[in-house]
Design a protein. Sequence first.
Length: 111
Amino acid sequence: MPVKALETFKDVIRLRDVRIAIQREFWLGHSAIATVAKVNKAYGAGTTSEWTVRKLFDKFHSGDMEIDHKLRAGRAVWCDVYHLWQKTEVQSLSMVRQLGTELDVLPQTVS
């Protein structure tokens, strides 16, 4: 598994753990402010905010106990993949040439 994917996986697990802790505090009837203090103490300062906890409490209060993160519905992202590939390919070739010149070696040695 690539390192970046592993970090993302760990972030998702950590986010889920934080949401479980917030949900537990909701079930216990604790206030949003007390919940923020407990979560930030347990997971590190700045882990969550009062706004986030209040939004989750509102969601739980409405009966939706789902804690999994859902992608936001928004405008679809459109990208010309071929154009993007061309741009990055040109930049990478020029970077290889530049690095070869700086190191006083052939570009093939760098790539």
